[in-house]
Design a protein around this ligand. Structure first.
Ligand SMILES: [Zn+2]
Length: 355
């Protein structure tokens, strides 16, 4: 806990890290100085591996201000030097930073300005710490042609490694035909799209009350709905080379996947589209993060989807699991080759990170 407190303190003093171009060099030096000297590199079979966290949040306050939002200086989403210390403590070498979408209600011009600012700031941060950070582009998916252009610019001009999007856009499913220009661009660029749920606002009333069920149930439920539409509405058939990664182990879908294979045989009149594969087979082409908490849950995810489809996800700065690396290392069913793939190799390929 002391490290977390230290982080908040550092974050407050370093709030300008992604918000102030003129002091960027100073901030970068502060980052470097903050790196812990007690790093405990992960080795497997005597070989050092580069651990990559696919699921790491952050925020750019100046972009949020364009939407009338003002995070406090203590907001843990604002990166500060303590971030490197926490990465070191958690044995994470590289974090793939992303920003949860809050701009889906923005009209086109405003959305353009928010995204440009965010993508440029993240690119700047990554350039200052090329060995510790890569980043996903933000995209204004409510304007699909703009989102496609933002992704292309983010990847080709700014060196970003893919995009992060929500599990739906203002109540519209990601499989809606109007989003196809974005999927086509992501497929042609060959970059991953990280789907992070934003909950299911339609269920707000039923999920109210004790336990933050809007998040605990709502988030994995949204991911389950989003992936199921991409499968059942034929999006993955139309864009077979898409590299989609779903947060939180894909929500509930991999845990109860076989039901998806039995719906159409049981109720054929409810199925108007013919898919190219059985629904569960699409899970073997999707990617999932490892945030499923137990060794048994990770064993099942691997059995259902394949170790080649799983990447490390810490969900930083939310302390769901501060031992995400140890979780993978300690899962008894995994071979060292599978551990290496989950902690490093799969993400390295997806994000184009040198070994
Ligand atoms: Zn998250």
């Amino acid at each position: 806990m002391s490290s977390r407190r230290a982080f908040f303190k550092d974050a407050a003093s370093a709030a300008g890290i992604v918000s102030c171009g003129c002091c960027f060099a100073d901030a970068a030096r502060a980052f470097q100085q903050a790196a812990s000297t007690s790093r405990r590199p992960v080795t497997l079979g005597g070989r050092r591996i580069k651990v990559i966290d696919f699921h790491a949040h952050c925020a750019v306050p100046e972009a949020m201000a364009l939407m009338g939002r003002k995070p406090s200086a203590q907001d843990p989403l604002i990166l500060g030097p303590g971030r490197l210390r926490e990465m070191d403590e958690q044995r994470i070498d590289v974090a793939a930073l992303s920003i949860n979408p809050y701009w889906y209600a923005a009209e086109r011009d405003l959305a353009g300005r928010i995204i440009q600012l965010q993508n440029e700031k993240l690119a700047e941060l990554c350039a200052a710490h090329p060995d510790r950070f890569v980043a996903f582009a933000s995209v204004a998916l409510q304007h699909p042609d703009l989102a496609a252009a933002q992704l292309e610019e983010g990847v080709k001009k700014l060196g970003l490694r893919g995009a992060m999007i929500g599990g739906s856009v203002n109540g519209e499913e990601l499989s809606a035909p109007r989003f196809e220009p974005f999927w086509a661009k992501a497929e042609s660029l060959g970059v991953p799209v990280f789907i992070h749920p934003q909950g299911v606002p339609e269920l707000q009333k039923r999920l109210a009350g004790n336990g933050l069920l809007t998040n605990v149930i709502g988030n994995p439920l949204e991911t389950t709905i989003a992936l199921s539409h991409l499968i059942f509405d034929g999006t993955l058939d139309r864009f077979p080379a898409l590299k989609i990664c779903a947060a939180h182990g894909g929500g509930y879908l991999p845990s109860y996947a076989d039901r998806s294979d039995h719906g159409c045989p049981t109720f054929p009149s409810a199925c108007t589209k013919t898919l190219q594969k059985r629904p569960t087979e699409y899970l073997k082409q999707l990617y999932f993060d490892s945030l499923v908490f137990t060794g048994e849950a990770l064993r099942h995810l691997v059995a259902q989807c394949g170790a080649s489809q799983i990447v490390l996800g810490s969900d930083w700065p939310y302390p769901w699991n501060s031992t995400s690396v140890d979780h993978v290392l300690a899962t008894p069913s995994l071979s060292d080759a599978e551990r290496e793939a989950i902690l490093s190799g799969n993400a390295r390929k997806l994000l184009r990170i040198d070994s």
